[in-house]
Design a protein around this ligand. Structure first.
Ligand code: PLP
Length: 392
């Protein structure tokens, strides 16, 4: 069955939906039992999509968990109040004092901060590696290396990692691999099929798709699922039934939204590539994107997210550019139906291993607006940007 069909059908068991199309929104703390036998039977099955206590989830959560586990091809899916919680939890769950973590240098900034500000306090040492390292990652291994964390394509700069090469090196040493798959979303990339142990996503982005819910998911293989599930429970990670419902509703239309995001983003990216003020565009389908060959080999598609670097800029001109755009709003996050722009002026601060000397990176999320409207908007914005540049 194609994944596009699966995300329509998954998580729609009758015990979740009670005979309508969608699962009911079942809000609960307490689950009540009539008999001792009933309670004991539920206790025995409490890990297994059985109503037991609100923190373990209700049928609304089970429906979403089934659907995401099926999408990513894992043994189970844990839900978290946001993507950052899913990442923090997965790291804390499998690392202990004295362990060494290998972290990709192009990682999402809050993940880097977690390593620096929290993992250090627990005696967990992090070193950063070049996102394009591939099989050479072996040279970074220490006796106590416990985990490799990947994010592909990398945040903002979009380097695509050689996942099979890294997994192969890790498996020889029994090192756990975790990948932030927010970009790949399960339809376009499925880390577990490449031997990654745990795939984490900010479902806040494309799964939810409407910029109205925070949600994180972590899908593990058979080996790591029992520990991930139990530790998430012990650390009190849970989400509201309403949010689980909205995330599942978002998932149902993810493939058509992604198709449109992908088409429009390619059109805008190609237009920008030819613009005289643009030095280069970092879109993983372009040959100029670092790691493009891995993208071509491993991914089934791209989406609305990409970056570009200007040939020159000043803070004043950048301010005029972003403030003159009508359809691109400034704001964090991405994956919703709307277009967004962020200016990343201080890239060197986000790189400890590989550095960055190419200047300001502008990241766009191409939403579901008409792509010609978006191009016209960028055209007039860049014209104003140029006027300011020439005056300075
Ligand atoms: C947004 C994002 C996160 C964090 O997700 P939240 O739901 O905002 O906590 C993690 N990783 C990546 C790559 C992201 O883009």
């Amino acid at each position: 069955m194609k994944k596009q069909t699966q995300i329509v059908a998954s998580g729609r068991k009758k015990q979740y939906t009670h005979g309508v199309v969608n699962p009911v929104v079942q809000r609960a703390s307490t689950v009540v039992f009539e008999t001792m036998d009933e309670l004991q039977a539920a206790a025995k099955e409490r890990h297994n999509r059985t109503l037991f206590y609100g923190r373990r989830g209700t049928t609304t959560h089970f429906a979403l968990q089934d659907a995401v586990a099926e999408l990513e091809g894992g043994a189970g899916c844990a839900l978290f109040p946001c993507g950052a919680a899913a990442i923090a939890q997965t790291l804390l769950c499998f690392l202990k004092a004295g362990d060494h973590l290998l972290m990709v240098d192009s990682v999402y900034e809050p993940t880097r901060d977690l390593c620096e500000k929290i993992l250090t306090r627990y005696g967990i040492e992090t070193t950063y590696y070049d996102p394009l390292i591939g099989a050479e990652i072996e040279k970074e291994f220490k006796d106590n290396t416990r985990m490799i964390f990947l994010e592909s394509p990398g945040s903002i700069t979009m380097e695509v990692q050689d996942v099979p090469a890294i997994v192969s090196a890790a498996s020889k040493r029994n090192i756990l691999t975790v990948l932030d798959n927010t970009y790949g979303n399960g339809l376009h990339f499925r880390p577990l099929e490449f031997g990654i142990d745990i795939s984490v996503q900010a479902a806040t982005k494309y799964i939810v798709g409407h910029s109205d819910v925070m949600m994180g998911v972590a899908v593990a293989n058979e080996k790591y699922w029992p520990t991930l599930r139990e530790h998430a429970y012990l650390l009190g990670q849970c989400t509201s039934a309403d949010d689980a419902y909205l995330a599942l509703r978002g998932l149902r239309t993810m493939s058509v939204r992604l198709d449109q995001h992908e088409r429009s983003a390619l059109k805008v990216a190609n237009w920008l590539k030819a613009h005289p003020l643009v030095d280069h565009v970092r879109h993983p389908t372009f040959e100029t994107c670092p790691g493009h060959e891995h993208f071509k080999r491993d991914f089934d598609g791209s989406n609305g997210l990409f970056s570009f670097v200007l040939t020159q800029s000043t803070p004043e001109a950048l301010k005029v550019l972003v403030e003159s755009l009508h359809h691109f709003k400034m704001g964090f996050s991405w994956g919703g139906y709307e277009s967004l722009i962020t200016v990343n002026a201080n890239m060197p601060a986000l790189r400890s291993k590989t550095g960055w000397s190419k200047g300001t990176v502008i990241r766009l999320h191409i939403g579901l607006e008409d792509s010609d409207d978006l191009i016209n908007d960028l055209e007039q914005g860049l014209a104003k940007f140029e006027e300011v540049l020439q005056r300075s």
